[in-house]
Write a protein that binds this ligand. Structure first.
Ligand SMILES: Nc1nc2c(ncn2[C@@H]2O[C@H](COP(=O)(O)OP(=O)(O)OP(=O)(O)O)[C@@H](O)[C@H]2O)c(=O)[nH]1
Length: 331
Protein backbone atom coordinates (compact mmCIF):
# COMPACT_ATOMS: atom_id res chain seq x y z
CA UNK A 1 0.00 0.00 0.00
CA UNK A 2 1.56 3.34 -1.03
CA UNK A 3 1.07 6.57 0.91
CA UNK A 4 -1.69 7.69 -1.51
CA UNK A 5 -3.72 4.52 -0.93
CA UNK A 6 -3.04 4.73 2.80
CA UNK A 7 -4.36 8.32 2.86
CA UNK A 8 -7.55 7.26 1.03
CA UNK A 9 -8.00 4.37 3.45
CA UNK A 10 -7.43 6.60 6.46
CA UNK A 11 -9.78 9.37 5.24
CA UNK A 12 -12.61 6.96 6.07
CA UNK A 13 -11.63 7.11 9.74
CA UNK A 14 -11.97 10.93 9.74
CA UNK A 15 -15.73 10.53 9.28
CA UNK A 16 -15.86 8.65 12.56
CA UNK A 17 -13.60 10.95 14.53
CA UNK A 18 -15.29 13.97 16.11
CA UNK A 19 -12.23 14.86 18.11
CA UNK A 20 -8.77 13.59 17.33
CA UNK A 21 -7.68 10.80 19.66
CA UNK A 22 -4.28 11.28 21.31
CA UNK A 23 -1.72 8.67 20.36
CA UNK A 24 1.43 7.79 22.28
CA UNK A 25 4.14 5.64 20.72
CA UNK A 26 6.42 3.64 23.02
CA UNK A 27 9.64 2.59 21.33
CA UNK A 28 13.04 1.37 22.44
CA UNK A 29 15.35 -1.55 21.75
CA UNK A 30 14.62 -5.20 22.55
CA UNK A 31 14.15 -5.76 26.26
CA UNK A 32 14.51 -2.08 27.24
CA UNK A 33 11.32 -2.15 29.34
CA UNK A 34 8.47 -1.10 27.00
CA UNK A 35 5.91 -3.69 28.18
CA UNK A 36 6.85 -3.03 31.81
CA UNK A 37 6.16 0.69 31.28
CA UNK A 38 2.95 0.02 29.39
CA UNK A 39 1.57 -2.24 32.11
CA UNK A 40 2.38 0.39 34.72
CA UNK A 41 0.72 3.02 32.53
CA UNK A 42 -2.42 0.91 32.15
CA UNK A 43 -2.64 0.14 35.86
CA UNK A 44 -2.39 3.85 36.65
CA UNK A 45 -4.81 4.97 33.96
CA UNK A 46 -7.75 5.38 36.39
CA UNK A 47 -10.45 3.84 34.22
CA UNK A 48 -9.53 5.66 30.99
CA UNK A 49 -10.49 3.73 27.88
CA UNK A 50 -7.11 3.00 26.34
CA UNK A 51 -6.63 1.03 23.16
CA UNK A 52 -3.28 -0.70 22.91
CA UNK A 53 -1.62 -1.81 19.68
CA UNK A 54 1.31 -4.09 20.22
CA UNK A 55 3.81 -5.39 17.70
CA UNK A 56 5.67 -8.60 18.31
CA UNK A 57 8.49 -9.18 15.87
CA UNK A 58 8.40 -12.96 16.40
CA UNK A 59 5.82 -15.48 15.25
CA UNK A 60 4.11 -15.88 18.62
CA UNK A 61 2.16 -13.08 20.31
CA UNK A 62 4.01 -13.04 23.59
CA UNK A 63 3.63 -9.32 24.35
CA UNK A 64 -0.14 -9.26 23.91
CA UNK A 65 -0.38 -11.86 26.69
CA UNK A 66 2.00 -9.92 28.90
CA UNK A 67 -0.16 -6.80 28.71
CA UNK A 68 -2.51 -7.08 31.62
CA UNK A 69 -5.18 -5.31 33.61
CA UNK A 70 -6.83 -2.73 31.40
CA UNK A 71 -10.36 -2.13 30.28
CA UNK A 72 -9.77 -1.18 26.66
CA UNK A 73 -8.82 -3.45 23.80
CA UNK A 74 -5.44 -4.84 22.84
CA UNK A 75 -4.72 -5.45 19.18
CA UNK A 76 -1.69 -7.56 18.42
CA UNK A 77 0.26 -7.11 15.18
CA UNK A 78 2.80 -9.86 14.77
CA UNK A 79 4.94 -11.61 12.18
CA UNK A 80 7.03 -8.66 11.17
CA UNK A 81 7.87 -5.11 12.01
CA UNK A 82 5.11 -2.47 12.01
CA UNK A 83 7.45 0.27 10.92
CA UNK A 84 8.28 -1.56 7.69
CA UNK A 85 7.05 -4.98 6.57
CA UNK A 86 3.59 -4.92 8.15
CA UNK A 87 2.93 -1.16 8.07
CA UNK A 88 -0.37 -1.79 6.26
CA UNK A 89 -1.64 -3.86 9.18
CA UNK A 90 -0.92 -0.86 11.41
CA UNK A 91 -2.96 1.40 9.14
CA UNK A 92 -5.87 -1.04 9.20
CA UNK A 93 -5.66 -1.46 12.98
CA UNK A 94 -5.64 2.31 13.51
CA UNK A 95 -8.72 2.73 11.33
CA UNK A 96 -10.44 -0.01 13.33
CA UNK A 97 -9.54 1.62 16.65
CA UNK A 98 -10.66 5.10 15.64
CA UNK A 99 -14.04 3.65 14.57
CA UNK A 100 -14.69 1.92 17.91
CA UNK A 101 -17.89 2.84 19.74
CA UNK A 102 -17.33 4.40 22.15
CA UNK A 103 -13.95 5.53 20.84
CA UNK A 104 -10.91 5.12 23.09
CA UNK A 105 -9.75 8.17 25.02
CA UNK A 106 -6.12 7.40 24.27
CA UNK A 107 -4.26 5.03 21.94
CA UNK A 108 -0.86 3.58 22.81
CA UNK A 109 1.31 1.74 20.31
CA UNK A 110 4.02 -0.45 21.79
CA UNK A 111 6.48 -0.85 18.94
CA UNK A 112 8.58 -3.97 18.58
CA UNK A 113 12.11 -3.66 19.91
CA UNK A 114 13.53 -3.34 16.40
CA UNK A 115 11.01 -0.83 15.02
CA UNK A 116 11.89 2.79 14.32
CA UNK A 117 9.24 4.94 16.05
CA UNK A 118 9.69 7.79 13.55
CA UNK A 119 8.37 5.55 10.77
CA UNK A 120 5.38 4.57 12.90
CA UNK A 121 4.70 8.25 13.65
CA UNK A 122 4.76 9.03 9.93
CA UNK A 123 2.14 6.33 9.27
CA UNK A 124 0.01 7.55 12.21
CA UNK A 125 0.24 11.22 11.14
CA UNK A 126 -1.63 10.29 7.95
CA UNK A 127 -4.72 9.42 10.02
CA UNK A 128 -6.88 12.52 10.47
CA UNK A 129 -8.61 10.85 13.43
CA UNK A 130 -5.40 10.91 15.48
CA UNK A 131 -3.26 13.48 17.27
CA UNK A 132 0.31 12.38 17.94
CA UNK A 133 0.84 13.20 21.58
CA UNK A 134 4.38 11.91 21.91
CA UNK A 135 7.08 9.38 21.11
CA UNK A 136 8.49 7.87 24.30
CA UNK A 137 11.65 5.83 23.86
CA UNK A 138 12.93 3.47 26.55
CA UNK A 139 16.71 3.34 26.94
CA UNK A 140 18.17 0.53 29.07
CA UNK A 141 20.70 2.29 31.31
CA UNK A 142 22.90 -0.81 31.43
CA UNK A 143 23.13 -1.44 27.70
CA UNK A 144 22.03 1.48 25.58
CA UNK A 145 25.38 3.17 25.02
CA UNK A 146 27.13 -0.05 24.01
CA UNK A 147 24.21 -1.06 21.78
CA UNK A 148 24.27 2.35 20.08
CA UNK A 149 27.90 1.73 19.13
CA UNK A 150 27.37 -1.86 18.00
CA UNK A 151 28.14 -2.56 14.36
CA UNK A 152 25.05 -4.74 13.85
CA UNK A 153 22.33 -3.00 15.85
CA UNK A 154 23.81 0.48 16.42
CA UNK A 155 21.94 2.18 13.55
CA UNK A 156 18.58 0.88 14.73
CA UNK A 157 19.26 1.91 18.34
CA UNK A 158 20.43 5.41 17.41
CA UNK A 159 17.46 5.98 15.12
CA UNK A 160 15.12 4.90 17.92
CA UNK A 161 16.74 7.30 20.39
CA UNK A 162 16.81 10.19 17.94
CA UNK A 163 13.07 9.84 17.34
CA UNK A 164 12.23 10.43 21.00
CA UNK A 165 10.25 13.38 22.31
CA UNK A 166 11.22 12.00 25.67
CA UNK A 167 13.66 9.27 26.71
CA UNK A 168 12.76 7.09 29.64
CA UNK A 169 16.04 5.87 31.06
CA UNK A 170 15.07 2.43 32.39
CA UNK A 171 16.81 0.01 34.76
CA UNK A 172 18.60 2.80 36.61
CA UNK A 173 18.46 0.48 39.64
CA UNK A 174 21.20 -1.55 37.95
CA UNK A 175 23.76 1.23 37.37
CA UNK A 176 25.92 3.49 39.53
CA UNK A 177 25.41 7.26 39.85
CA UNK A 178 28.45 8.03 37.62
CA UNK A 179 27.02 5.89 34.86
CA UNK A 180 23.69 7.73 35.08
CA UNK A 181 25.42 11.11 34.86
CA UNK A 182 27.43 9.93 31.86
CA UNK A 183 24.26 8.66 30.14
CA UNK A 184 22.39 11.93 30.69
CA UNK A 185 25.29 13.88 29.16
CA UNK A 186 25.57 11.47 26.22
CA UNK A 187 21.84 11.45 25.50
CA UNK A 188 21.71 15.26 25.56
CA UNK A 189 24.91 15.97 23.65
CA UNK A 190 25.40 13.05 21.26
CA UNK A 191 21.75 12.10 20.66
CA UNK A 192 20.23 15.57 21.10
CA UNK A 193 17.30 14.65 23.35
CA UNK A 194 16.11 17.35 25.73
CA UNK A 195 13.75 15.48 28.00
CA UNK A 196 15.04 12.49 29.96
CA UNK A 197 13.16 10.83 32.82
CA UNK A 198 14.66 8.01 34.88
CA UNK A 199 12.52 4.99 35.70
CA UNK A 200 12.70 1.74 37.65
CA UNK A 201 10.26 -0.95 36.51
CA UNK A 202 8.26 1.59 34.52
CA UNK A 203 7.46 3.90 37.42
CA UNK A 204 6.88 7.36 35.92
CA UNK A 205 4.41 10.09 36.97
CA UNK A 206 1.17 9.49 35.05
CA UNK A 207 0.90 13.06 33.79
CA UNK A 208 4.24 12.57 32.02
CA UNK A 209 2.70 9.68 30.12
CA UNK A 210 -0.82 10.88 29.40
CA UNK A 211 -0.98 14.62 29.68
CA UNK A 212 2.11 15.71 27.85
CA UNK A 213 1.76 17.09 24.37
CA UNK A 214 5.04 17.67 22.67
CA UNK A 215 4.24 20.74 20.63
CA UNK A 216 7.81 21.24 19.51
CA UNK A 217 8.93 18.33 17.37
CA UNK A 218 11.40 16.02 19.09
CA UNK A 219 14.88 15.32 17.87
CA UNK A 220 13.22 12.76 15.62
CA UNK A 221 12.01 15.50 13.33
CA UNK A 222 15.62 16.51 12.89
CA UNK A 223 16.52 12.99 11.84
CA UNK A 224 13.62 12.84 9.42
CA UNK A 225 14.41 16.15 7.76
CA UNK A 226 18.17 16.31 7.76
CA UNK A 227 19.32 12.72 7.68
CA UNK A 228 17.28 10.75 5.22
CA UNK A 229 18.83 7.51 6.33
CA UNK A 230 18.28 4.39 4.30
CA UNK A 231 15.60 2.46 6.02
CA UNK A 232 16.48 -1.22 5.95
CA UNK A 233 13.55 -3.57 6.41
CA UNK A 234 14.10 -5.01 9.85
CA UNK A 235 13.23 -8.49 8.61
CA UNK A 236 16.56 -8.25 6.73
CA UNK A 237 18.54 -7.29 9.82
CA UNK A 238 17.03 -9.44 12.55
CA UNK A 239 15.71 -12.98 12.67
CA UNK A 240 13.47 -14.84 15.04
CA UNK A 241 13.07 -18.45 16.00
CA UNK A 242 10.37 -20.06 18.12
CA UNK A 243 10.26 -23.21 20.23
CA UNK A 244 6.87 -24.71 21.12
CA UNK A 245 6.34 -27.95 23.01
CA UNK A 246 3.71 -29.77 25.06
CA UNK A 247 6.44 -31.22 27.25
CA UNK A 248 8.21 -29.53 30.15
CA UNK A 249 11.84 -28.55 30.53
CA UNK A 250 14.20 -30.03 33.04
CA UNK A 251 15.02 -26.96 35.20
CA UNK A 252 18.76 -27.71 35.45
CA UNK A 253 19.23 -28.32 31.71
CA UNK A 254 17.23 -25.19 30.94
CA UNK A 255 19.55 -23.11 33.14
CA UNK A 256 22.60 -24.44 31.28
CA UNK A 257 20.94 -23.79 27.93
CA UNK A 258 20.00 -20.19 28.74
CA UNK A 259 23.53 -19.51 29.92
CA UNK A 260 25.06 -20.69 26.64
CA UNK A 261 22.89 -19.33 23.83
CA UNK A 262 24.63 -18.11 20.64
CA UNK A 263 26.22 -14.65 20.94
CA UNK A 264 23.88 -13.20 18.29
CA UNK A 265 20.80 -13.73 20.48
CA UNK A 266 19.57 -10.32 21.61
CA UNK A 267 16.36 -11.33 23.34
CA UNK A 268 14.40 -14.40 24.38
CA UNK A 269 10.99 -14.40 26.01
CA UNK A 270 7.91 -16.48 26.45
CA UNK A 271 6.18 -19.03 28.60
CA UNK A 272 7.55 -22.31 29.92
CA UNK A 273 7.07 -25.03 32.48
CA UNK A 274 9.60 -27.23 34.23
CA UNK A 275 9.37 -30.63 35.88
CA UNK A 276 10.62 -29.05 39.11
CA UNK A 277 7.73 -26.52 39.34
CA UNK A 278 4.54 -28.53 38.76
CA UNK A 279 1.38 -26.52 38.18
CA UNK A 280 3.28 -23.30 37.47
CA UNK A 281 4.07 -21.37 34.31
CA UNK A 282 7.25 -19.33 34.10
CA UNK A 283 7.53 -16.11 32.11
CA UNK A 284 11.06 -15.97 30.75
CA UNK A 285 12.88 -12.72 29.99
CA UNK A 286 16.40 -12.91 28.61
CA UNK A 287 18.03 -9.60 27.69
CA UNK A 288 21.72 -9.52 26.86
CA UNK A 289 23.41 -11.73 29.46
CA UNK A 290 20.62 -11.54 32.09
CA UNK A 291 17.74 -13.92 32.32
CA UNK A 292 14.94 -14.25 34.81
CA UNK A 293 11.82 -16.37 35.16
CA UNK A 294 8.73 -15.14 37.02
CA UNK A 295 6.47 -18.00 38.19
CA UNK A 296 2.66 -17.98 38.20
CA UNK A 297 -0.13 -20.53 38.58
CA UNK A 298 -0.35 -22.26 35.17
CA UNK A 299 -3.26 -21.38 32.88
CA UNK A 300 -4.83 -24.52 31.39
CA UNK A 301 -5.01 -25.31 27.71
CA UNK A 302 -1.84 -23.76 26.30
CA UNK A 303 1.28 -25.63 25.19
CA UNK A 304 3.72 -26.00 28.09
CA UNK A 305 6.45 -24.10 26.25
CA UNK A 306 6.16 -21.13 23.87
CA UNK A 307 9.45 -19.25 23.50
CA UNK A 308 10.72 -16.75 20.96
CA UNK A 309 14.34 -15.78 20.30
CA UNK A 310 15.34 -12.64 18.40
CA UNK A 311 18.86 -12.40 17.01
CA UNK A 312 21.09 -10.61 14.55
CA UNK A 313 20.29 -12.02 11.10
CA UNK A 314 22.45 -14.96 10.12
CA UNK A 315 23.53 -15.94 13.63
CA UNK A 316 20.95 -18.63 14.39
CA UNK A 317 21.52 -22.25 13.41
CA UNK A 318 17.90 -23.36 13.62
CA UNK A 319 18.57 -27.08 13.43
CA UNK A 320 21.15 -26.91 16.21
CA UNK A 321 18.82 -24.78 18.36
CA UNK A 322 15.95 -27.21 17.87
CA UNK A 323 18.19 -30.07 19.02
CA UNK A 324 19.53 -28.15 22.03
CA UNK A 325 16.08 -27.04 23.22
CA UNK A 326 14.64 -30.54 22.69
CA UNK A 327 17.55 -32.02 24.70
CA UNK A 328 16.69 -29.69 27.62
CA UNK A 329 13.20 -31.23 27.92
CA UNK A 330 12.55 -33.45 30.91
CA UNK A 331 12.89 -37.21 30.25
N1 LIG B 1 16.07 -4.25 37.05
C1 LIG B 1 15.15 -3.77 36.22
N2 LIG B 1 14.58 -4.59 35.32
C2 LIG B 1 13.65 -4.06 34.48
C3 LIG B 1 13.28 -2.69 34.50
N3 LIG B 1 12.35 -2.48 33.53
C4 LIG B 1 12.15 -3.68 32.93
N4 LIG B 1 12.92 -4.64 33.49
C5 LIG B 1 13.02 -6.06 33.12
O1 LIG B 1 13.55 -6.13 31.79
C6 LIG B 1 13.01 -7.27 31.11
C7 LIG B 1 12.41 -6.82 29.79
O2 LIG B 1 11.32 -5.94 30.06
P1 LIG B 1 10.14 -5.70 29.01
O3 LIG B 1 9.27 -4.66 29.59
O4 LIG B 1 9.53 -7.00 28.62
O5 LIG B 1 10.97 -5.14 27.78
P2 LIG B 1 10.41 -4.79 26.31
O6 LIG B 1 11.11 -3.57 25.87
O7 LIG B 1 8.93 -4.75 26.33
O8 LIG B 1 10.91 -6.06 25.49
P3 LIG B 1 10.60 -6.38 23.92
O9 LIG B 1 9.13 -6.10 23.71
O10 LIG B 1 10.92 -7.83 23.78
O11 LIG B 1 11.48 -5.53 23.12
C8 LIG B 1 11.99 -7.89 32.06
O12 LIG B 1 12.61 -8.95 32.73
C9 LIG B 1 11.67 -6.75 33.03
O13 LIG B 1 11.25 -7.20 34.30
C10 LIG B 1 13.90 -1.83 35.47
O14 LIG B 1 13.69 -0.62 35.54
N5 LIG B 1 14.84 -2.44 36.29
Amino acid sequence: MGNGTRRAHLRQSARFAVTRIPLTIIGGFLGSGKTTLLNRMLRGSAGRRIAVLVNDFGDINIDAELITGHEGSTISLSNGCICCSIGDSLVEALVEVVRMTPPPEHIVIEASGVAEPQNIAEIARLDPGLRLSGILVMADAERVKELAGDKFVGDTVRHQLCAADMILLSKVDRVLEERKADLHAWLRNAIGVKRIVETVHGAVPMDVLFDTDFEEPGAGATVAHHDHHDHHAHDDQFETWAFVSDQEFDGGKLGELLGSLPAGVLRAKGFLRTQQKPGQTGILHLVGGHWEIAWHAAPAGTPAIRLVLIAVKGTLDREALQKRFACALAD
